[in-house]
Design a protein around this ligand. Structure first.
Ligand SMILES: Cc1cc2nc3c(=O)[nH]c(=O)nc-3n(C[C@H](O)[C@H](O)[C@H](O)COP(=O)(O)OP(=O)(O)OC[C@H]3O[C@@H](n4cnc5c(N)ncnc54)[C@H](O)[C@@H]3O)c2cc1C
Length: 498
């Protein structure tokens, strides 16, 4: 790119960022020349004020700051690079010691037994999870992105545009993206939630601590029958450990699975050696003579022995110091609009922590899944840096993969798209495929598929977004998953031709 074109590109993207993040107040000036001149003037003042005060701040790159170094941060960084706006302008400050990585790996390949080629960093830095370039710490250096690791941000001053970290560093920002994700929900200390041998899993340090325990464990108990519980239980039996999963609900993944679908997965888990205690309420965790966890006491008075306990009971949005930028009280998190702007100009929130308008279903939602983390980060940065003005229009997508290690008798991989509302119709016998279709008012609202082919998986988002009217009787009578998917596909065509 010639230097003139580069300057033009920079001007045009800077201008939109300045307009959009609320730093420019000259919105009434409409011609591009006036706008660029005004922005150049503004930009000089803006830069100068930073330069004058440079010695008082601990970050060099102050135009854009991302707080949080997780999935969303990694994908946001990539989008800054794609717009030519990272070099010398972007700073990432993170509580973790590592460059952003694909967090879902922590309860999948990261927990493979040590002789089964477990995943380790730098192998799964973002953005490998979506087929992109692996962004190692060196990648950030090469792209001119300043990274500050091991520094939780503890407070924000929205008047001065500054952040303070745990160690007392003072950081300046022009525009701020909050990408702090979630923290794992914990059992209170008074019921044994902090005993040695009790694990929560959110980051690499947690996963490493769990692996050290698994190396010497004999009896593992997993509390929680959601994603984390299911993935950790599948991993623990691969280590050939006595593994029990305990949860208060009647079946696995109650938020999404129907009872009959859960039954299929539970049978598979049992075949792999996992024991189940369903409908069980935990009273407390008890320590043994050495002070480490030794047992779990249930409300019904019974006790299960355990030397390693993993708690997977959900997560809470990490709003911490940012509560002041617009906490949403209905779904938690930081409230944003369809372009991830909070109610304070220049401050954005993305990923797990953001409570955003889920346009398709006309409700405010927080989504704790990696696909949303990636897409929200990309959408937010594009809106900030370019002429993009359309609102985020997310289609919920969840997936899980378990029993993937070498030597496993069966690898499991399901995907779900849409909304699990209305009546559920199940097709297939899990040998190997099964599909569940959710139908409300005659419309196909959500679909889950286990062990589909790539082409079949590709059809799911199309179905869930279009919500075609489907022939429920035909679907119920389908003799195979393939036939059911064909029926659903043909209802798409009917919709298109109407
Ligand atoms: C073990 C595990 C397995 C998962 N598996 C799946 C899966 O199979 N499929 C799926 O769709 N999703 C999965 N998820 C969810 C998915 O990983 C998250 O939705 C995604 O990581 C969210 O991205 P994020 O950037 O918003 O938050 P995160 O990736 O959690 O990143 C947040 C970052 O902010 C940092 N941070 C927090 N507070 C501060 C602060 N005050 N100052 C500085 N830094 C801070 C954190 O340390 C972290 O680095 C899984 C999550 C976990 C924990």
């Amino acid at each position: 790119m010639s230097s003139v074109r580069r300057l033009m590109a920079t001007l045009s993207s800077s201008s939109s960022s300045l307009w959009k993040n609320g730093l420019s107040l000259r919105a009434t000036q409409s011609t591009s020349i006036v706008r660029s001149t005004a922005l150049l003037g503004y930009r000089r003042t803006f830069r100068r004020s930073f330069v004058v005060a440079s010695s008082s701040f601990d970050n060099d790159n102050r135009e854009f700051v991302i707080v949080g170094g997780g999935n969303a941060a990694g994908y946001a960084a990539r989008t800054f690079v794609e717009h030519g706006m990272a070099d010398g302008r972007l700073c990432i400050v993170s509580k973790e010691a590592y460059a952003p990585y694909e967090r879902p790996a922590l309860t999948k390949a990261y927990l493979f037994p040590l002789d089964k080629k477990p995943a380790r960093l730098p192998g799964f830095h973002t953005c490998v999870g979506s087929g992109g370039e692996r962004q190692t710490p060196e990648w950030y250096q090469e792209k001119g992105i300043e990274t500050i690791y091991n520094e939780p941000v503890t407070s924000i001053d929205i008047e001065k545009h500054t952040l303070t970290t745990n160690s007392g560093k003072l950081l300046k920002y022009g525009s701020l993206i909050v990408a702090t994700g979630c923290t794992a929900s914990r059992f209170p200390e008074k019921i044994g939630g902090n005993l040695p041998g009790v694990h929560y899993i959110r980051d690499v340090a947690d996963a490493d601590a769990l692996i050290s325990s698994l190396e010497k464990a004999k009896k593992v108990v997993i509390v929680g029958g959601g994603y984390i519980g299911m993935e950790v239980a599948a991993a623990a039996v691969a280590w050939k450990l006595d593994t029990t999963i305990v949860f208060p609900e009647n079946h696995l993944l109650q938020r999404l699975f129907t009872p009959s679908l859960a039954q299929r997965y539970e049978e598979l888990y049992k075949e792999n050696g996992v024991k189940f205690l369903k409908g069980a309420m935990i009273k407390n965790l008890e320590a043994g003579a050495d002070g480490s966890v030794a047992a779990i006491k249930l409300e019904d008075g019974s006790t299960i022995e355990a030397d390693t306990v993993i708690i997977g009971i959900g997560a809470k949005p990490a709003v911490g110091p940012f509560e002041s930028v617009g906490l949403n009280t209905t779904v938690g998190g930081i409230q944003v609009d369809g372009q991830f702007r909070t109610n304070i100009p220049g401050i954005f929130a993305v990923g797990d922590v953001a409570a955003f308008p889920l346009k398709l279903y006309d409700r405010i939602a927080r989504v704790e899944h990696v696909d949303h983390a990636r897409r929200s980060a990309q959408h937010c940065v594009k809106a900030l840096l370019s002429a993009q003005t359309h609102n985020y229009d997310y289609l919920p997508y969840f997936y899980s993969r378990v029993f993937e290690y070498e030597g496993s008798s069966r690898k499991v991989w399901w995907q779900f798209f849409g909304d699990n509302v209305g009546e559920a119709i199940e097709v297939g016998n899990f040998d190997p495929k099964i599909a569940t279709f959710w139908i409300e008012s005659g419309k196909l609202k959500g679909v889950l598929l286990e062990s589909g082919s790539p082409e079949e998986f590709q059809l799911l988002p199309e179905l869930a977004r279009s919500q075609p009217i489907v022939d429920k009787d035909k679907l119920e009578n389908a003799s195979s998953v393939e036939e059911a998917l064909d029926i659903a596909r043909s209802s798409l065509q009917v919709k298109a031709s109407v």
